[in-house]
Design a protein around this ligand. Structure first.
Ligand code: SF4
Length: 680
């Protein structure tokens, strides 16, 4: 581990902040784990309902743990002389049996206290087992993809399609004796897929990010990238799902006991006590009321705690935990970015934008001196390979670059405001309201523990100041606008209960809820099948026209961009290598890298050739850029000057420029003169 100056994040050998390990001390003298617990504590205190729910659940758990010490009687001890005693406050009741007795004279309070032990132990064990299994499967499926992903996710689909009760009967009904382990196994198998789907979605998103690509480029092994880089960014959804799952499994365990598939008698689980009480409902209703209350209070406590903590684990808020530092007004920076008097200002004008990631191996310039304009209502397509900086460009514009990355230079003029220099509070009002962003994998952007309706309504209420009723109606209309056929069902669903295409439609509805002037889309369709991809592009185009929204569409697929973009910007190694109108870039590409991209598209029909895999060689090490043109090692036209001098952009036509020495007029004139001399 390195030591750094005060205030600077401490970094590992390959550039990740050490805070993510949870072991090393921070600059404030406390470990990140302590800091994380403090965040959780603050979140609980800020949400009184969540605090109440957590206290309620902890009390029940303590009662379960201390059962042998606090239960007044042996829960199995029979005393037929005292059978069916009413609670102590009823006529005929006695303080020896505060909640009365059952038909065998067993103390109901003692059985409920021990019942908490059984019910919670089984449910918590099932959550731990199912959650661990689902987490590992989600990691493996998302990270390794291909057939591993297909096989694991199809297994999950089969498990979801198979009725749980049938499965439970198949396992439990044939067991001569049903122990807690039988129930734990059945319950955990029923719940792993929820964790797996959520974790897989997040891994799919994280593995494509520039920091992961940079780590691979720096030589980190696949396992190191997975555990050191991906896992710290995907685990946050798991605790909250586990809380919700716990409440659900308490109910399911009780249900199984109620239908005689729970623990073998005489074990006193809550469901078993409830089932016994049902038979005496008309003469001794307390026998069913008390276990029913115990189940209801436990589930309510867990649900309220989970709901109150949902924001704490909201992926959008977690991803927002970056340390943004607005740039100071630069000496000599023009307050008015217009180059000429009278020229209309575009919606977005980016000039000389540079974003860096400090690493132990060196400073990585993920975005380097990028400039472009985007007019209102137009689509700018940004294309490049993984690690080209295109995603970081989008995050830089919306000012969501994760620490230790930061914008260090440039101007981002949006609706008259320089986003690189605006304060955090003002940026918060712009983000979401005037600029929206949609990421590649909606499964990692939607909050997995809130229904689609809740998330959509919250967004609508925030941006349009709607009351709950109208917000609900507007949420339904927003889903209908993105062609979701059954909006009411989807509003009630959790994100993991709907398909990837449906999730992305929900994300579009969320992003468009505030009718933003600019929508940044980072590979929004690459996780979808071709048919859904085409439908979504049509819907995006329709929404863009309806709201006159500009799109900054980031993709690795130049063919896709050629169908939607007005202007195409080609990025390589963090730089703009070519920019022009769609027709200029597609029909008359001037940069060898753009030409290689287009050639690769033409070869896509050849088996074994991916669109970008067909370009020979690899991008340069981002932490160790060689001098000269970054494309030189892969360029078929490279010249001696290319490995020495980084080419400047050359305007080749109105609105069309490319950074290549081949286009340098002075160089071309020199070559022409040399040719003429050699001919003579
Ligand atoms: S500057 Fe040289 S190496 Fe770079 S793209 Fe142009 S010809 Fe190729």
């Amino acid at each position: 581990m390195s030591s750094t100056s005060a205030g600077e994040p401490r970094l590992t050998a390959d550039g990740r902040p050490v805070a993510s390990t949870g072991r090393e001390a921070t600059g404030t003298g406390e470990t990140p784990a302590v800091s994380g617990r403090r965040d959780l504590g603050r979140a609980l205190l800020a949400r009184k309902a969540a605090l109440g729910g957590m206290i309620g659940f902890l009390l029940i758990a303590v009662v379960a743990l201390l059962a042998p010490l606090i239960a007044p009687h042996d829960p199995l001890a029979q005393n037929l002389g005292d059978n069916l005693k009413p609670p102590m406050w009823e006529e005929g009741g006695t303080a020896a049996y505060p909640l009365g007795t059952d038909p065998l004279g067993r103390d109901l309070l003692s059985r409920l206290i021990y019942g908490a032990r059984y019910s919670l132990a089984i449910s918590i064990s099932a959550v731990l087992l199912g959650g661990s299994l689902g987490f590992v499967i989600g990691l493996v499926a998302g990270f390794f993809g291909r057939w591993t992903d297909t096989v694991l996710m199809r297994l999950g689909d089969i498990q979801l399609a198979f009725p749980f009760v049938l499965f439970a009967i198949a396992v439990l009904a044939v067991s001569p004796e049903r122990t807690p382990w039988h129930l734990i196994l059945v319950l955990s198998i029923s719940s792993w897929i929820i964790y797996a789907r959520v974790v897989r979605s997040r891994v799919l998103s994280e593995r494509e990010k520039d920091y992961a690509a940079a780590a691979r480029a720096l030589g980190a092994s696949r396992w190191r990238v997975l555990f050191r880089y991906i896992v710290p960014n995907v685990w946050q959804a798991v605790p909250l799902i586990a809380l919700l799952d716990l409440g659900f499994l308490v109910i399911v365990e009780s249900l199984l006991s109620f239908i005689s598939l729970g623990l073998s008698p005489p074990a006193p689980s809550w469901g078993a006590i409830l089932a016994e009480g049902r038979q005496y409902m008309m003469i001794t209703p307390w026998m069913a009321v008390f276990p029913g209350l115990a189940i209801a209070v436990t589930v309510l406590s867990v649900s309220v705690a989970a709901d109150g903590l949902a924001d704490t684990f909201d992926p959008k808020l977690i991803h927002g935990k970056f340390r943004r530092r607005p740039l100071p007004p630069a000496p000599g920076t023009r307050s008015d970015p217009r180059p000429a008097v009278g020229e209309p200002l575009p919606l977005l004008r980016v000039r000389n934008l540079t974003t860096i990631f400090p690493t132990r191996a060196g400073v990585v310039e993920a975005v380097r001196d990028v400039s472009f304009d985007l007019e209102a209502g137009k689509v700018l397509g940004v294309v490049g390979e993984s690690g080209s900086g295109k995603s970081t460009l989008g995050l830089s514009i919306i000012q969501l670059v994760d620490a230790p990355g930061r914008v260090v230079q440039g101007e981002i003029h949006f609706l008259g405001t320089d986003l690189a220099r605006v304060g955090n509070a003002a940026m918060g009002t712009i983000r979401g309201a005037k600029i929206g962003m949609i990421f590649q994998d909606p499964g990692s952007s939607l909050n997995p523990v809130r229904t689609v309706g809740t998330q959509l309504e919250e967004t609508l209420r925030q941006h349009r100041q709607l009351r709950p009723g109208p917000a609900r109606e507007a949420a339904g209309r927003a889903l209908a606008a993105v062609h979701i056929a059954d909006p009411d069902r989807v509003l009630r669903a959790y994100p993991f209960q709907i398909s990837g295409g449906m999730q992305q439609r929900v994300m579009i509805a969320l992003a468009m809820a505030s009718e933003p002037a600019l929508l940044i889309l980072d590979e929004p369709t690459s996780a979808l099948d071709v048919t859904t991809q085409a439908q979504l592009l049509d819907e995006l185009t329709a929404l863009r026209r309806r709201f006159d929204t500009s799109l900054l569409f980031i993709s690795h697929d130049i063919a896709l961009l050629s169908g939607i973009a007005d202007t195409i910007l080609v990025m390589y190694a963090g730089q703009v290598c070519e920019i022009g109108s769609r027709d200029q870039v597609i029909t008359t590409p001037r940069h060898p890298y753009t030409q290689a991209l287009l050639n690769a598209v033409e070869r896509v029909a050849i088996p074994g050739h991916g669109r970008l895999a067909a370009i020979a060689g690899d991008p340069p090490d981002p932490a160790n850029r060689p001098p000269g043109c970054p494309f030189a090692p892969r360029c078929p036209h490279a010249m001696p000057i290319c490995v020495e001098v980084d080419p400047a952009p050359v305007v080749v036509a109105t609105g069309h420029s490319a950074a290549c020495h081949l286009l340098d007029p002075a160089l071309q004139a020199g070559h022409q003169a040399e040719r003429e001399v050699s001919v003579r």
